[in-house]
Design a protein around this ligand. Structure first.
Ligand code: ADA
Length: 636
């Protein structure tokens, strides 16, 4: 009898395992790209996408003044062998993203295609498989296409299978891994502990379940509490989903998380993760978000498109609020195919990321350039397109606000589309006004009581220095982007932002330098150098420490311009940041004076005399913290 019971248990567990889902990573080695061995994630633009030199095919004439980028845009054929399928199971291949179009074949037969560089997709391949020796082929294509968003942008559109790939086996009746590239389980989470789950099922009717978590702990940047639940269906298939309890809302005076007002301290991040370009591994993304967390930021804008699943996971875990953006940027097209593509990319972004508590808003667009004269507003067909996209986002997820990043105060209909509007602001860099003047103009033009600042910043090459800085504006497209200008503009901008109670949040442009192959400026071609950290992540620029001093709980004392090794001037400017109280300046051992940091933690001494030869400049606080800068004064 005992033996029979054990046999029954063993049989039951064999049956369960025979029917349970198996997921296998197809990333890593074992792939060919146009005949060469490669590892996934992979891109063919990691070098030429950020070198600023002409290479590859020029983009086709578009009439949309696309900057002449000069990196390789092509269609490439990837291939690899697939695992042998388990008889009686269904098989799927899932791609976290392929840039920008993908056609997938198994054993030479078409499995499906996907258009859009930033979202996941999956195809069922069961009927295309043999019992063994199966070959997966993917044609990835990053060429410009008038029907694919984005049409132009100030960043390199790397090509390739640049995110992970998975093989999924399920029982015949399974939780849908295909629709919109989502996981098949859609949660509606209420902070009273009630969770409603919609489970989309292939081979059977969809299911709805409700369960309750007693006394749920709320998710927040201070305490990012996450819950996990496995959703199993009768066939034995199951999917695990993580979620959190929190509320996000805008009231007339600002942004509220869990009923408490907070002014978001954010940075913008592109997915260009350093020298690997878009082909980032999880550890590259972990490093990026460790740097973001080091500043003390509590929010990130994922500019200008949805980023990898791991990025949303990190933000859930670290408690970083996410602005997640539809890739509608600069130019839209009135073609029906373009509109359908934009809508599909928006739908996939929401479907794939809606269960993440970190996402506080969906963003509808960034800087739409197509202009119509004010008196012919009815011709605003791009507004019509965006209105449809907005409606779809709201239909799918009424729980989150829709935001957008505008640079056109006068485009009233465009600016009225999102629930909450934010502006990209570059006073002193691209514009002549100050941020206070700009803000007054935007508030007046927008008719809104509160606004966000979705971008602000300045170029900064940490190996270019200028002292003293000229009073006026530098040429932003010119060869010199001194690190000191970046510090000056951030200090001025952030000071104005911090003092204006109508601003609900701000996002530094940008956290990291990033590939923008068409740029020729700032002493380094092919990159946008407005980052707080260099593209290779090796240098935290002075502006990084400005935010760390203002946002982080760690005490910060930093002296700027440490890489300015030499000068022929008789005097220097000394700028520092202190979150640990008053600062005393010592030059070559002699005290020069003591200052109380201003409202954004800055101390500044101008015209500090130097001796000939090496000078040691020290900032010191009462509790003994010290920051040291050395500079050689030569009289050549
Ligand atoms: C715009 C745009 C960004 C970025 C920035 C810049 O505001 O939204 O993509 O490129 O300009 O650095 O000029």
């Amino acid at each position: 009898m005992k033996g029979a019971v054990l046999f029954a248990i063993a049989l039951a567990s064999m049956m369960a395992s025979a029917h349970s889902r198996k997921t296998l990573s197809l990333s890593g080695p074992g792939w060919l790209c146009d005949g060469e061995e490669v590892c996934i994630p992979h891109t063919w633009n990691s070098l030429d996408g950020a070198d600023g030199s002409p290479a590859g095919e020029p983009p086709p004439a578009s009439g949309m003044s696309i900057a002449a980028d000069s990196y390789l845009r092509k269609a490439a054929r990837y291939s690899r062998r697939l695992p042998d399928p388990t008889p009686g199971m269904r098989q799927f291949v899932r791609f976290e993203a392929v840039s920008r179009k993908a056609e997938v074949y198994v054993n030479g037969r078409f499995a499906g295609s996907h258009v859009g560089a930033f979202t996941a997709f999956a195809f069922e391949v069961t009927d295309l498989l043999r019992s063994s020796d199966n070959v997966l082929e993917v044609v990835a294509d990053n060429r410009w296409d008038p029907d694919v968003a984005p049409l132009s942008a100030d960043y390199t559109l790397f090509g390739g299978i640049y995110r992970g790939v998975e093989w999924i086996e399920t029982p015949q009746v399974c939780i849908d891994p295909v629709t919109d590239g989502a996981c098949g389980v859609e949660l509606d989470v209420n902070t009273n502990g009630t969770v409603k789950a919609k489970i989309r099922i292939l081979g059977g009717p969809d299911e709805e379940r409700v369960f309750k978590v007693e006394n749920p702990e709320l998710w927040s940047p201070e305490s990012p509490k996450l819950y996990e639940r496995e959703f199993a269906i009768e066939s034995g298939d199951s999917v695990k989903v993580r979620f959190g309890f929190r509320t996000v809302e805008f009231r007339e005076d600002g942004f509220y998380l869990n009923g408490t007002k907070r002014k978001l301290r954010g940075v913008n991040r592109h997915q260009d993760a350093g020298l690997c370009g878009w082909a980032a591994k999880p550890e590259d993304e972990d490093r990026d978000f460790a740097l973001i967390a080091e500043t003390g930021a509590d929010a990130v804008r994922l500019a200008h498109y949805p980023q990898s699943p791991h990025v949303y996971d990190i933000c859930d875990e670290k408690g970083i609020l996410v602005w997640s953006e539809v890739p509608a940027i600069n130019w839209l097209s009135a073609s029906p195919k373009f509109k359908a593509n934009l809508l599909q990319q928006a739908r996939e972004m929401v479907a794939q990321n809606r269960n993440h508590p970190c996402v506080f808003a969906w963003s509808l667009f960034n800087e739409i350039y197509n202009d119509v004269p004010e008196d012919r507003a009815e011709e605003g067909w791009m507004e019509d397109i965006l209105e449809v996209v907005r409606g779809e986002i709201k239909r799918m997820d009424p729980s989150r606000p829709v935001v957008a990043a505008s640079d056109r105060p006068a485009r009233r209909r465009l600016n009225d589309l999102p629930d909450q509007l934010a502006f990209n602001a570059y006073p002193g860099w691209y514009g002549d006004t100050t941020i206070e003047e700009d803000m007054a103009n935007w508030f007046n033009a927008s008719g809104r009581d509160i606004l966000g600042i979705s971008e602000y910043g300045a170029g900064g090459n940490p190996f270019e220095h200028l002292d003293p800085l000229p009073a006026g504006r530098l040429d932003p497209g010119g060869p010199v982007h001194p690190e000191e200008t970046q510090v000056r503009l951030h200090a001025a901008d952030y000071s104005a932002i911090a003092q204006d109670g109508r601003i609900w949040g701000s996002f530094v442009w940008a956290m990291f330098d990033f590939a923008a192959d068409a740029r020729r400026e700032g002493g380094k071609n092919g990159i946008n150098d407005k980052g707080l950290v260099t593209r290779d992540r090796s240098v935290r620029k002075d502006a990084f420490y400005f935010y760390k001093a203002n946002w982080s709980k760690e005490p910060v004392l930093h002296v700027c311009s440490q890489r300015m090794a030499e000068t022929t001037n008789a005097a220097v400017t000394v700028v520092g940041f202190s979150s640990c109280g008053d600062v005393t300046l010592l030059v070559n051992g002699h005290p020069v004076g003591t200052q109380t940091p201003d409202q954004v933690k800055v101390v500044t001494w101008t015209g500090v005399p130097l001796a000939e030869g090496e000078n040691v400049i020290i900032l010191e606080t009462a509790d003994g913290a010290r920051a040291v800068r050395r500079i050689v004064r030569s009289t050549r």
